[in-house]
Design a protein. Sequence first.
Lengths: 376, 376, 376, 376
Amino acid sequence: MERAFGFDEVAIVPGRETVDPDEVDISGNLAGIKLQIPFLASAMDGVVDPKFAILLGKLGGLAVLNLEGIYTRYENYEEILNEIIASRPEEVTPLLQKIYKEPIKEKLVKKVIEEIKKENVICAVSSTPQKAEELGKIAVESGCDLFFLQITVLTGKHHSKKKTLDLKKFTKNMKIPVIMGNCVTYEVALDLMELGASGILVGIGPGAACTTRGVLGIGVPQVTATLSCSKARDEFFKRRKKYIPIITDGGMTCGADICKAFASGADFVMFGNAFAKAKESPGKGYHWGMALPHPYLPRGTRIHVGISGSLEEILYGPAKTDDGTQNLIGALKLALSYCGARNIKEFHKKAKLIIAPGIKTEGKIYQKAQKVGMGK
Amino acid sequence: MERAFGFDEVAIVPGRETVDPDEVDISGNLAGIKLQIPFLASAMDGVVDPKFAILLGKLGGLAVLNLEGIYTRYENYEEILNEIIASRPEEVTPLLQKIYKEPIKEKLVKKVIEEIKKENVICAVSSTPQKAEELGKIAVESGCDLFFLQITVLTGKHHSKKKTLDLKKFTKNMKIPVIMGNCVTYEVALDLMELGASGILVGIGPGAACTTRGVLGIGVPQVTATLSCSKARDEFFKRRKKYIPIITDGGMTCGADICKAFASGADFVMFGNAFAKAKESPGKGYHWGMALPHPYLPRGTRIHVGISGSLEEILYGPAKTDDGTQNLIGALKLALSYCGARNIKEFHKKAKLIIAPGIKTEGKIYQKAQKVGMGK
Amino acid sequence: MERAFGFDEVAIVPGRETVDPDEVDISGNLAGIKLQIPFLASAMDGVVDPKFAILLGKLGGLAVLNLEGIYTRYENYEEILNEIIASRPEEVTPLLQKIYKEPIKEKLVKKVIEEIKKENVICAVSSTPQKAEELGKIAVESGCDLFFLQITVLTGKHHSKKKTLDLKKFTKNMKIPVIMGNCVTYEVALDLMELGASGILVGIGPGAACTTRGVLGIGVPQVTATLSCSKARDEFFKRRKKYIPIITDGGMTCGADICKAFASGADFVMFGNAFAKAKESPGKGYHWGMALPHPYLPRGTRIHVGISGSLEEILYGPAKTDDGTQNLIGALKLALSYCGARNIKEFHKKAKLIIAPGIKTEGKIYQKAQKVGMGK
Amino acid sequence: MERAFGFDEVAIVPGRETVDPDEVDISGNLAGIKLQIPFLASAMDGVVDPKFAILLGKLGGLAVLNLEGIYTRYENYEEILNEIIASRPEEVTPLLQKIYKEPIKEKLVKKVIEEIKKENVICAVSSTPQKAEELGKIAVESGCDLFFLQITVLTGKHHSKKKTLDLKKFTKNMKIPVIMGNCVTYEVALDLMELGASGILVGIGPGAACTTRGVLGIGVPQVTATLSCSKARDEFFKRRKKYIPIITDGGMTCGADICKAFASGADFVMFGNAFAKAKESPGKGYHWGMALPHPYLPRGTRIHVGISGSLEEILYGPAKTDDGTQNLIGALKLALSYCGARNIKEFHKKAKLIIAPGIKTEGKIYQKAQKVGMGK
């Protein structure tokens, strides 16, 4: 049995040289589209609505809108959001199950995409394979820029007597780039690249503890998963001369985790929780997992994360808290600068990870840290 | 010293291909008897009474009735159960010690077996080696299908000046298959197979913490124990062309643990706790260990686990909780499907385990998981 | 750096054969003296007074009386004990510091030894090297059987401008066997044997957390320490044909730890805490460390452990609790029987340890265990 | 990936011989200056003011005064201190940010240095590279003895379009020795020595959890960092015949950690927290990190550590607590004596570390330790 590592178990060794953080460039290229900041917001209804997508786009990042969420099921989605937020804990699960039974409307799919595009920001949407052909067609027609084909576990080959999506044909026919996931191994990442993926989402059962790992026992911690899929990216580049970026998705709880994802080989990171704390997020401090309406194993519930500041503060600071959840861009730039890296690709080469377990209880570690000395 | 692993320390790597969970078959063959679901209920008085055995049998699983428990000592066992449940914490231990002093009655042994058989379900009973000849004879005569010869630590050779059970002779004389255990090593599993076991119970001191490990320091974590005994099964199959199934018994607290037991090589799993939470279990939310009347080291007490739902919900869902204790069949099928396995034997071949420690505090991990991202 | 292991990190693998626990013999030979049970009570004032020494001796074990404690400083030691027990927490440390300043009286040393010998039990006393010549002489004259020369860290060579004890000369001149310690390494154990030790006390900074480890960072976990010193014993036996027993001292909190100490090679174990809970111990549920009057680094305070039962119950059961602190003899016999060992020396050969970390929170693990399944 | 170790994960093996602690010499030579005790107080405003620097100097240690702190910004710094101490938690961060905006005054820099020198103690001051030329000049002119060039991450080469400090030129021109840091790797330590450092500060993201590690993911646990930088010191000594001492800075919470730092190769240790608890420290039980006014990632807040005793008690005891935070000198001497080392350099050679993880919750471990046995 091989040993796999999560964020909490590793640390980044500072480099032999340093770079002025003002001269660090963290921008990235996702399927031909330049993003000023390499952060993607997860396609979760409590995190990304059209307004949030516009705002994050203007700030340099990219939000992915879930085409199977409430925004394409309800014209009056704000009412629905309020209903979810206002419901008592014991009512949430049945309420959400009921809400997600409402059919998706083509008209609303078009509307939300056009709403985003009107503001001249990149528009990215997500769909599961089941709905991909139907929703992909509408997305392209409506002017969408990027299509995220996303499911808990995606592989290059799904065996079923039912009609299933032909990934190769789908990516060939789609007029816009298709980002695919999630996966965690070298083999699957390589398979998906060969099938036409323009980006790979990495993360199944991320972190030490998560629903997929808790309920199914399935998962690979994110440092190991990102390292594996990065190797597939580099191998694919050698074979086909195409650089397919790796997007580490989920399991990050603070700036340190984000920096470690990039040190492990990520080109981009995707997260929901940190964005859910922004005062502009639609959930108003609440969010809920998309595994809830899972056909086989419905699970998850509404989570209260609270509001910690504006999206701009979360991204660009100044941090009002010292728990690593604000000024994420400042943190990433400083991490690069401490490793002597001028950009993410240099960081991939220069950042050296060591195994250095730390007991991390959200918030607590910082307190303990500050008791120790200079806050170094 | 070799490193041994428990459920909390490993994870299952998703496969290169996936299978439609609707096309996954989790049935198994236990000593010639086909079980639709590979779950056995432990021979504990708070979990299995004749009615529960009938119900689980009809739902596709198998409950083992303890022939040395209250059901064969008392005609009016419901009164006894009520007395146990109603007693105050400080009264439980002496009360249970008194209750289990009542002699076992042949008439009642016959009665409970016939009660189960009358409903046309598989009838399985358990006994310790001390009582096996006496109880085995009655069990066979009463129409029982499977005999579980079970004690904390069973080996192929027990040294004693007292008369002890000759395992080889016993299995040869018994007209029904004898499942034996518990053991945890390759050598003992192989010895028991050579002595005629039709199935092997695996689990001594399961999990990171348990009475046997806490009081005696003896035990092997279940992933390592199951891997070792599976190798014995495969070796025995090579030698004798007989496939003796491995039943991982104990130490599983949620769906993830069950999936990991199968990934480690288990053909079946046996547990008590998850079944004790069924509203149809005789303990009505309470159960108690069979180590309590142990001749050398009486230990254990009554545990309150509460009732979480019907047996059907626990097995087939839909899950009303997200802690991995409901819809256990859905979880197992999905785990197989994510590894591209159509059945348990394919899962044995395809499931790859990695070492990936997780801090697991019952219930807590799911909350943390959902704070992280998409519930992936 | 080598990896060292403590009790919590290992488990004992059950054997290929088992033995009837009724036929297990746990007696041992300590410097020519046969002990029915291989348990020694630590030379702590809250644990061992003359009456306790007599009682434990009659029950088959051996208590070591501290010749530098209150029993040799005060005629009216019961009053002193009461004063310690009755004092408020903030008063304890200064009170104890004052109490241990009273000079040791030769008359009282004789008196306590004679009191024990009068009851026809083995009498063992302890002293630090500083007082050894003076107290050793009186002890021998008073009829004492065994002399424990004990200090936190003892080596074969102590460099000092002051006059120091010549261990070789001391053991040669003493008419009774001298047990020496504490040590934790192969080299030092061997050195002490060459200097005439009749037994070796093993334990410096035992367990994951202890004062010596917390304050000084010095210590070796007990499994590794016991394994190392046992190798020295075996090597010494090969060289000199003398079998010098190993006494694992400290760091054991329950039956499992005791069993693991023997599995690691211990011939005897010594502990204070479990005995302090006996209703016959002089501290009446309290005890306090002998490091308190340490010349360089006075430390420690009074600890309240409570009274859990009689000494007989702690040793022979039946256990009224399930936390592994009662029926320690039953636990040890059962552990041997599960490994197919008829006595401690066979256990040394047959017991196989594996690395199997367990999170152990006193008392808690048993509860968790019992929730899991059959109490196996 | 290599495994790195922190203080909590290792222990010191006691030696084959012991030395009388009265004959242990812990003095050290820092850039030609003899210090009776090898402890440095961190350049934090809540810890070191001129009075504290004088007191620690007279007691044999060395305090470093931060030339960019309040003492060089405000004439009336006592008022400012009182304002910080008296402010409510939610006011602290903005208040501190405001306070540290006040310009540094040359007059005050001179004044504080002269105040210390007047008392005939060694005067050490610190500055970041940005201010080093300006402040270094004044420091030398004012009679300062040692200059600490300190920043979170210092390397031999900083890339920036802005004017940056030329380390080689700076050390050459400075008339007093320059201690540099912080760093954690062999390469950087060696680079800094080649650039003229007279001492190396070791510690980035020390301990399992700290702000730099929590926010940026960057850091190396202190045992590994100290071992690495010590090797650089030894290599540099071989090359250039100059012995550049290693100062382990941060991450130590008790005597055990300090002893382990020396066992890992440290010549000196630097800490703030333990000194902040002295009744003579300016923060009166409070302290705050110097990362707070960080240009890129301001972080940290005011911490309340309380007052545990006088500086003399913290250093020389007697300890009134048993948590390893008092009598630090007694602890270090005893650790050396238990390893048979007469001084720090012998300790480097004789102290052997083992990997022996311990769960350390401040204060708690001692309680647990004392419950176990003799306080050994």
